[in-house]
Design a protein around this ligand. Structure first.
Ligand code: SIN
Length: 327
């Protein structure tokens, strides 16, 4: 009898020790931008909220600045289980779905309020599931902002871009957008853009104020045209395997923390678009060019034929839903 009690006690101690030392689930969050950007700050906020609420159960580790994976590799790595969360720009899912190409259509959304309305409406919410067949789960949209054109020469009208090389994200719509200007689009990872611009291997690029500022593109691009011609937003993604492998309450808590972190990131995005534009204008390194209505109309006319080119892949109904979000 004494022997049995001793064995039970030993077993209880062993199990207790195992429970006490169970390692937290590691959640690696990889991204390519600086920590002081909307995405960088959202990721940090998420890490902190999870530490506060799920400390000991889940540990979020954030890897900024393409430290862990660049945007051309992160989704493959996620499917292999090497990273659990990322928020690539919506333009970087081209290999996985054509549905998200809607966000790349030039001059589709008049401002970020229209983008938000579309994303939160039924069509935008349905798109969150567009990666499911590929084993990825869209957890939510995050804003960065409207894109501007930067270049080594002033770009006032579309003819100024003709023959020039522009770095683009890996999106066929963006490729078509620059081809419509008779320019040369080059798909390159974000981590290479500064050097390509600095060495004049390319003439220009398109990006948001916060990316142009935080990655110092403005120091090597003497002209930035305030074109607001497209949107650069993100999709926070995880793999189905990781997400469904969590217990229900952990998954619910993580989603809650993520939603709060996204709301925070969206606020940062709004503030930074203003602040970083101002900082660039005041730096004296780059001239910010405003377009007249007539000049802007020329860009619209040059780029908008791209819509028709991709209507078959994206769907006329979806494009119409996005157009309606401008009202
Ligand atoms: C990002 O904001 O994540 C990068 C955007 C880019 O590749 O230009």
């Amino acid at each position: 009898m004494r022997l049995i009690s001793a064995a039970v006690a030993t077993l209880a101690l062993t199990v207790g020790a195992q429970v006490a030392t169970a390692a937290p689930v590691e959640l690696k969050f990889s991204h390519v931008v600086a920590e002081n950007t909307p995405k960088g700050q959202m990721a940090t906020k998420f890490r902190d909220l999870v530490a506060e609420r799920l400390g000991g159960k889940v540990e979020v580790k954030v890897y900024p600045n393409s430290q862990l994976f660049g945007d051309n590799k992160v989704l493959e790595a996620m499917l292999l289980g090497d990273v659990q969360m990322a928020a690539p720009s919506l333009s970087k899912f081209n290999k996985y779905t054509t549905a998200l190409q809607i966000f790349d259509l030039p001059f589709l959304f008049k401002d970020m309020a229209a983008v938000e309305k579309f994303q939160q409406g039924p069509a935008g919410q349905k798109l969150l599931g567009s990666l499911e067949k590929k084993g990825l789960v869209g957890l939510g949209y995050l804003h960065n902002g409207m894109k501007q054109l930067s270049a080594s020469d002033p770009l006032r009208v579309p003819a100024d871009a003709a023959g020039k090389k522009f770095r683009i994200m890996a999106s066929d719509v963006l490729s078509a957008q620059f081809e419509a200007l008779d320019a040369v689009p080059l798909k390159k990872p974000f981590s290479e853009v500064f050097t390509l611009l600095q060495t004049r291997a390319i003439d220009g690029q398109e990006n948001t104020w916060s990316n142009i500022y935080s990655k110092k593109f403005f120091e090597v691009q003497p002209f930035i045209t305030e074109s607001n011609h497209g949107v650069l937003d993100y999709l926070v993604v995880t793999s189905k395997e990781f997400w469904m492998g969590l217990d229900d309450s952990t998954r619910t808590e993580l989603k809650k923390a993520l939603d709060e972190a996204i709301a925070y990131g969206n606020k940062v995005a709004g503030d930074k678009a203003e602040e970083d534009k101002k900082a660039i204008a005041e730096s004296g390194r780059s001239e910010v060019l405003s377009l007249t209505d007539a000049e802007r109309q020329q860009w619209v006319e040059a780029m908008k034929p791209v819509w028709k080119q991709f209507e078959g892949e994206i769907g006329a109904d979806l494009i119409e839903a996005a157009v309606q979000s401008n009202n």
